[in-house]
Design a protein around this ligand. Structure first.
Ligand code: FRU
Length: 528
């Protein structure tokens, strides 16, 4: 992770904290971060703006920090892009490339980048108490930003109207091409849709919600089209709605709906609705069941505020989330840097028993797929063999590096297949990922993962229903010092948890219980 910040300032993190700094997940050098903002690809660079406290290690003084990357794995941090001031905090939002110069901020030949963000007005402001949408623009490819003089551009006289995601709607049927904004009325569990010709004046289109997980505030929505299994005649729209608290693993999490957007309103496919009025309207056990049946981007504790890149090359849809949970975010045991982003994940829609569902692949999938990749070194490659009871030792994690562990396993008659990650000699510590055949669940248990005592809500066990492919368990695990991201069955199920292992706990083991299981494929790669 490099930095274009004041070069004279050395790494200030104490050793305990430096040990946890991820190798391939973005962290700010020495400050707090939360949601990814303004994800945009422009002129060969991926820009990641982010909720940032430029002056501290806990939430506050909200501004947009800035980082760029060419490969979505290695990031360079730049100075703050849009700073909060005495009148407003700069909350979450998005960036578009204004190709047609509709805003007049750029020129037809040199389009401006336009940020649409939430002004969270402070007491001294004339708009005190409200949240409204504002613009800033850049005419130097995203490196410096100017706030628009006509801000705010959209108000509803609401205290919780925020997180605008803007995209170019290409038009269809009666609907002309225009800009569409997707935002939230957070406390009413509503997504609201607006349209604009010039990004400056906005007209209300419709709203959606509550539905499915609605026990907490709705935040950071996104809306984009994807072709189901690449079929151009079957394009559906994915509506992402983050919810806090009330997610499936507790606290913050991201759900999605699949449906149609006709330029005015979003209509969900009936099979993406588990609770039409929202789970909060259901009695206890029915609510718990419905929550499990909602569509989740991630079943772990630490993936929130996921949104996608604008303008990504080759029509790819790539999302990044904040790898944290509001339950304990301000207390993570690292300082002065605190929090990181998830890996970038490419999302696709695929048909599962007639329903369109998202699958996610970490973008490093192509990166470490093999042939000629100078940064990934296969440390172990195993062909089909049976194993049982005694644990198979895998290559240790290497300090300062991320590991990718990929496995295809036939559990056969084994009751449980378990990976113990970042553990110790005695086997008494580690993060435990297991597939339980009796319950058909994938379970991630971080109760013995290391430092869990900094918050009572941190020790936890997460589980997700998992359907195997012809009896084969397919896992890809990315372990990067303080996190475990699990992509199961080709990314149909994803589980992300933070972990803070004790010094030297680097052992990885694989075991089967009950009876033998068969390893069909196993590889462990260390990324440079
Ligand atoms: C989500 C969120 C957003 C808001 C931002 C403030 O984590 O609460 O709704 O814009 O964080 O930092």
């Amino acid at each position: 992770m490099s930095s274009c910040l004041d070069a004279a300032r050395p790494e200030t993190a104490p050793a305990e904290t430096a040990r946890f700094r991820p190798a391939i997940h973005f962290t700010a050098r020495d400050t707090w971060l939360n949601d990814p903002n303004g994800l945009v690809f422009h002129d060969g660079l991926y820009h990641l703006f982010f909720q940032n406290n430029p002056h501290g290690s806990v939430w506050g003084n909200m501004s947009w920090g800035h980082a760029t990357s060419r490969d979505l794995l290695h990031w360079t941090e730049h100075p703050v892009a849009i700073a909060g001031d005495e009148t407003e905090d700069i909350f979450s939002g998005s960036v578009v490339v204004d190709h047609g110069n509709t805003s007049g901020f750029g020129t037809a030949d040199a389009p401006a980048l336009v940020a649409i963000y939430t002004s969270a007005y402070k007491a001294v402001s004339e708009h005190s108490g409200s949240q409204a949408q504002s613009l800033a623009y850049s005419t130097d490819a995203g490196m410096t930003w100017r706030k628009y003089g006509g801000n705010p551009v959209l108000t509803r006289n609401s205290a919780n109207f925020r997180d605008p995601k803007v995209f170019r709607y290409e038009g269809e049927g009666d609907q002309d091409a225009c800009w569409v904004m997707v935002a939230v009325e957070a406390q009413h569990q509503k997504v609201v849709f607006y349209r604009s010709e010039d990004l400056k004046s906005w007209d209300f289109l419709s709203d959606f919600g509550p539905a499915n997980a609605d026990a907490g505030e709705w935040e950071c929505p996104d809306l984009f089209p994807l072709a189901v299994d690449g079929d151009p005649d079957d394009v559906r729209w994915v509506l992402i709605v983050n919810v806090n608290p009330g997610a499936v693993a507790g606290g913050s999490g991201g759900q999605y709906f699949v449906g149609n957007f006709d330029g005015v309103r979003f209509a969900p496919d009936p099979d993406s609705i588990a609770a039409p009025e929202g789970v909060a309207s259901l009695p206890g056990s029915a609510a718990a069941t419905a929550l499990q049946e909602c569509l989740w981007l991630d079943w772990g504790r630490d993936c929130y505020a996921s949104v996608s890149f604008s303008n990504a090359p080759d029509d790819r849809r790539i999302i990044i989330g904040w790898m944290n949970n509001w339950d304990y975010a301000n207390e993570l045991p690292t300082a002065p840097w605190r929090s990181s982003m998830t890996l970038a994940r490419e999302v696709r829609l695929t048909a599962v028993n007639g329903s369109a569902r998202l699958v996610q692949q970490p973008v490093l999938a192509d990166f470490c797929a093999g042939e000629g990749d100078p940064t990934a070194k296969d440390q172990l490659n195993a062909d089909s063999f049976e194993f049982k009871n005694s644990a198979l030792r895998l290559p240790d994690a290497v300090p300062g590096r991320a590991q990718v562990i990929s496995a295809e396993i036939l559990p056969g008659r084994a009751g449980r297949v378990t990976f113990n990650l970042l553990g110790n000699d005695e086997g008494s510590a580690g993060t435990v990922l297991s597939y339980n055949a009796a319950t058909a669940k994938l379970v991630l248990d971080r109760r013995r993962s290391g430092n869990t005592g900094f918050h009572e809500k941190f020790p936890s066990v997460e589980s997700a229903p998992l359907v195997l492919d012809d009896g084969v368990l397919k896992l890809q695990m990315v372990v990067d010092r303080c996190s475990v991201e699990v992509f199961a069955q080709g990314g149909m199920v994803v589980l992300t948890d933070l972990v803070f292992p004790a010094e030297g706990h680097a052992q990885n083991r694989l075991s089967a219980e009950g009876d033998s299981a068969t390893i069909l494929k196993l590889s462990v790669s260390t990324l440079a």
